[in-house]
Design a protein around this ligand. Structure first.
Ligand SMILES: NC(=O)C1=CN([C@@H]2O[C@H](COP(=O)(O)OP(=O)(O)OC[C@H]3O[C@@H](n4cnc5c(N)ncnc54)[C@H](OP(=O)(O)O)[C@@H]3O)[C@@H](O)[C@H]2O)C=CC1
Ligand SMILES: O=C(O)C(=O)Cc1ccc(O)cc1
Length: 607
């Protein structure tokens, strides 16, 4: 395998694929085919250099990534790869003498298996050993002089800003300058007294002295805040944003930051209460040379997260799926339960592990800050398409259900199963379709009957204030099997897989790149339901024939369309109102749900 080192002038990049293939993400050019060649000495006696044809790469439309059957052994260990794009738009690079464009990539051979991903520090998870090794060769540790002299700035001391500032200071970065809005200055000074953080009154004071500045403010305010403080940015410093959606951040940085500053953005794919170790941390080298990128990596190494290298545009495409559409599904569940005035864990219709997972994630989302979800959905252009398709999938499947067109429902659901997971009709296996389009063995993400039952029993225990003793428990909480749970239509799960299928999304691709813990669980549950043909058939049968779910499914479809509209219309006030109305309904249960949810996440993350 090999990794690429980037030429500063290019925004394409090459990285390794598990099967020894080459993958190029094409950030700007609308190419549909790339030719891959290797530079070698010509044997014409003149000592010149020639190009050996290695094969063609075809564009993968979803993420404008290219891949093809390039054999590892034919790649140079160190040298240049030249890619010829059959790009009709010649404006993206130097025109070639023939039809396409040439781009050069420097490569060196390595033994890693994961594209785009690099772990920022050694840790003990066996799957990450390769990354740790790679990290050592790629990313040197910061020296003590560097940690004493480089100044880090954080603008916005909310949940994420505090997490970052605290971790960085604890890791030994001596100069961490922080601020919130000026009116919060005195309070912030009191709260952070003795923390070792240098609290300043505003973003001007942070910007003028810091070498790496991270804006950690609400996505909706990013333009205003960067407009306010951008002109004070220290010459030669690097600027980042923690915002969950990057289109507005990119526009704000390009508009307001002086040209003599660099842009390398970031996004930690987890909430402020999750340990960043092993979680994806997206880095976006937008306007900066490699040397600046290495500095950012040395600073960010303290989180022990997995670095994932994306462009601004790739970020928004991936997170529309891992976050916006995932949240839409859970927000819809919450609204549906609220509208039918029921706490699902109190209903006899909802026993079982899958339900426990759904309820807990739903409550987790409603207990967080609305502006985070609103920002990443309303301001991400790709989110509109995906959330709209999710609502459409809900509606389409629901229409088949109410008409009791069981065969058609089954056909559509199994077609989606085949497209997303690659499983034939009666096949039950652990393989899935990998990024390369080939089938790959993969350990189920999390869900075994036993594990789901554990969640369920833990939840019953935590919520059994009304004396629901669990007749089925054998004491260790693992005795109920899912086969004893009555079938459920699981419309939300059928719809998300239908949505992925309709949009040509491979969720595993996004899982590897930038999964949040919630997204990981979500795929895990879908995978669990869809893996077993029998379980899936039962769900389709219940959906079409069992009328006891109709009322709830009706509420769910209406809710999903409502949330899709909220995203389509892009109005923050109506989003906030929808969110807070449902939140009010669940608020008094957040504490108990928190305990179960934390337990659940622990199991999932350690898996
Ligand atoms: N929470 C999460 O799970 C994650 C969030 N993110 C992203 O990180 C960013 C921050 O989120 P989070 O920390 O959760 O949100 P918070 O609301 O907790 O933090 C935002 C902070 O920025 C402050 N702020 C607003 N305007 C200014 C200004 N002009 N100068 C200085 N500070 C200002 C806010 O102050 P005030 O409240 O007074 O307005 C607030 O303290 C968001 O863009 C979010 O999308 C990314 C990953 C995870
Ligand atoms: O896991 C999720 O989707 C969360 O809800 C936490 C979260 C929220 C915003 C982010 O930008 C990243 C993570």
């Amino acid at each position: 395998m090999f990794r690429s080192t980037w030429d500063d002038t290019l925004d394409e990049r090459a990285a390794s694929l598990p099967t020894g293939q080459l993958r190029i993400s094409s950030g700007s050019s609308a190419c549909d085919e790339l030719k891959c060649v290797k530079r070698e000495q010509r044997s014409d006696g003149e000592g010149g250099q020639g190009w050996l044809n290695l094969g063609k790469l075809h564009v993968h439309s979803q993420r404008r990534a290219c891949q093809g059957p390039i054999q590892e052994e034919t790649l140079p260990s160190v040298g240049f790869l030249r890619l010829r794009s059959r790009d009709r738009d010649q404006s993206h690079g130097p025109p070639d003498s023939s039809i396409g464009l040439f781009r050069e990539f420097k490569v060196d051979v390595e033994t890693s298996r994961q594209p785009h991903i690099c772990c920022s520090a050694p840790h003990h998870h066996p799957h990450h050993r390769h990354h740790s090794q790679r990290h050592k060769s790629l990313c040197k540790m910061a020296s003590s002089t560097e940690m004493e002299t480089v100044e880090i700035g954080i603008i916005g001391m909310g949940d994420m800003g505090r997490l970052y500032a605290t971790k960085m200071r604890e890791a030994g970065w001596k100069k961490v300058n922080v601020c919130d809005r000026p009116e919060n200055y005195d309070k912030l000074c009191r709260e952070l007294q003795g923390s070792g953080l240098n609290v300043l009154r505003d973003g001007h004071l942070v910007s003028r002295r810091s070498d790496y500045i991270i804006y950690s403010v609400e996505a909706a305010f990013i333009d205003k805040v960067v407009e306010q403080y951008g002109s004070s940015t220290k010459i030669g410093s690097i600027v980042a944003g923690q915002t969950s959606v990057k289109a507005p951040e990119k526009a704000a940085f390009e508009k307001h930051l002086p040209q003599d500053t660099y842009i390398i953005s970031c996004h930690s794919m987890h909430g402020p209460k999750i340990d960043p170790t092993g979680q994806p941390l997206i880095l976006i080298q937008h306007r900066a040379p490699d040397e600046k990128m290495r500095l950012v990596e040395r600073i960010m190494a303290c989180f022990k997260s997995n670095f994932v290298y994306l462009t601004y545009e790739e970020h928004d495409t991936v997170t529309a799926n891992t976050q916006a559409v995932t949240h839409a599904a859970f927000l819809s569940m919450g609204t549906a339960w609220c509208c039918s005035n029921q706490y699902p864990w109190e209903s006899e219709r909802y026993p079982g592990g899958i339900e426990t997972v759904k309820i807990n994630i739903c409550l987790r989302i409603y207990s967080a800050k609305w502006h985070v979800y609103a920002g990443l959905a309303l301001l991400n252009p790709a989110a509109k398409t995906q959330v709209t398709q999710f609502a459409q999938s809900c509606t389409d499947l629901f229409k088949l259900m109410v008409a009791e067109r069981e065969d058609e429902l089954m056909e559509r659901v199994f077609a989606a199963r085949k497209k997303v997971f690659g499983w034939e009709k009666d096949e039950e296996s652990n393989s899935i379709i990998s990024r390369t389009g080939t089938r790959e063995e993969r350990k189920p993400i999390l869900m075994s009957d036993k594990l789901l039952d554990r969640f369920h029993m833990a939840a019953r225990k935590a919520t059994s204030t009304s004396g629901h003793a669990d007749a089925t428990s054998d004491g260790d909480g693992a005795s109920v099997t899912l086969s004893q749970s009555p079938p459920n239509s699981h419309l939300s799960l059928l719809a998300i897989v239908d949505c992925w299928s309709s949009l040509g999304i491979n969720p595993y691709d996004h899982l590897d790149l930038a999964a949040t813990p919630i997204f990981r669980i979500w795929i895990g549950v879908c995978e669990y339901l869809f893996r077993s043909p029998e379980r899936l058939r039962q769900a389709c049968h219940a959906a079409a024939r069992d009328h006891s779910f109709r009322a709830d499914d009706t509420e769910f479809v209406i809710a999903s369309r409502g949330w899709a509209q909220a995203v389509q219309f892009g109005n923050f006030d109506s989003y906030q109102r929808r969110f807070e109305e449902t939140r009010g309904f669940f608020e008094h249960r957040f504490q108990e749900a928190g305990a179960v949810g934390a337990e659940m996440l622990k199991v999932v993350l350690s898996n």
